[in-house]
Design a protein around this ligand. Sequence first.
Ligand code: FES
Length: 166
Amino acid sequence: MSSRRDFMGMALGGFSALGGLAALYAMKRSWDPLPSVKAAGFTTVDLSGAQENVLNVEKWRGKPIFILKKSADMPADERDVLVGSDRFLIAIGLCTHLGCIPAYLPDQEIFHCACHGGQFDASGREIFGPPPSPLVIPPFKIDGTQLVLGEEGPEYIKMKEAGVIA
Ligand code: FES
């Protein structure tokens, strides 16, 4: 009898563990809307499904990475990453003041940092408050519609040489 109860307990425990996993998977999917692959310090993100003015947050080496497909009304900037005819902001999602994670406000097309009120425009440039510099651009490479984080591609090197990346 007791072994039957143990079995039932185990079966129920297993069932709720599965439910928990399913919930975690659902959460992960909503945080991670663009398909991505992580391997050996690199993260590859497929940008082909990105939508204009919708912020995607990827994770690379423990840091949040902001990926924003710019809409036509957003001014061109030398920090723009070109993928075909589309323009993207690719930046480490940590405020350059004291490292909080700013939120994106799509109706105003700005990033707002709740810690001390800092703001950045859609190109990641500081426009208000204490942040001393733009959001940092991580090493990246563009391969067709794939963004590879962690590798210094020609686009990144060009930005570095032009002094766009500090
Ligand atoms: S950490 Fe963002 S404004 Fe201070």
